[in-house]
Design a protein around this ligand. Sequence first.
Ligand SMILES: C[S@@+](CC[C@H](N)C(=O)[O-])C[C@H]1O[C@@H](n2cnc3c(N)ncnc32)[C@H](O)[C@@H]1O
Length: 291
Amino acid sequence: MKKHQHFYPDTRNYRPFLAEKPWFFVALIVATFIVALLIAGSFKQPFLCSITNAAREVGGYSATPTQLLAILHYATTRVVPQQSHAEISISFNVLRSLGPCNFLVFGLGHDSLMWTSLNPHGNTLFLEEDPKWVHSVLQRSPNLRAHVVKYPTRLSQADKLLSTYKQEQDCMPPNVRLKGNRNCKLALSELPDEVYNKEWDIIMIDAPRGYFAEAPGRMGAIYTAAVMSRARSRPGVTHVFLHDVDRKVEKTYAMEFLCKKYLVKAVGRLWHFEIPAVANRSGDTPSSSFC
Ligand SMILES: C[S@@+](CC[C@H](N)C(=O)[O-])C[C@H]1O[C@@H](n2cnc3c(N)ncnc32)[C@H](O)[C@@H]1O
């Protein structure tokens, strides 16, 4: 008769499975963690995006919706801003060092989305003469902030205005003002209240048009920027950028109101002025003149 064979486990060398294969335990924990992340992520955002949330804030600088729109816009358009890379870089550096700041721009153009994007979380406001152009730009970029403004001058009047403004007391320091000042033809006296009520850290003058006799010319914009800069009560200077300084009117008005001694950079057709408030000027500046 065949003897029954009994197989009993050999308990002499028995060790718990987990103690024998610790790597399996580690792998199990890692797998559980990944599955948990995947499930949590699928309720909110795709898995990889939720991981990169932390990375977005690197350096405390996260992209705003306007900046993302600007990347999409400039990556897909053939129409680029008129200022050159070297010219844009000057205001780019100032915006980076000051931002977020109050940035007033004369003129709405192909560069507007760029300027707003370079001042994230700041206040960037555009003043534009042409209502149709405002409508057209805002349709494409509704997150820009723009006001239509009327200019009371013509380019053809530039020489006369420059030679006669000193005879009008309301044009002259120290009591010069803008809002409602209809006696001074150079003062932009009917701008929206928001423009008068804010102190602007940077003013970019790249409009209105000044290349034909009937165009408004930039005389009022230059004069107004000078008056605003003088009146600053916050610390620091006002940065004024003026484009198209290859033209006579821009050049002569800049020398008269923005002052050669405050010109800190000239690149291409762009001049950069740093204008101190009257309260911070040294004693050598006569209180009755701009420079
Ligand atoms: C001298 S341009 C400056 C343009 C701006 N720097 C840019 O890169 O687009 C200023 C003015 O030209 C006019 N302008 C510019 N582009 C225009 C367009 N495509 N259609 C109508 N007007 C335009 C607007 O009145 C604007 O205020």
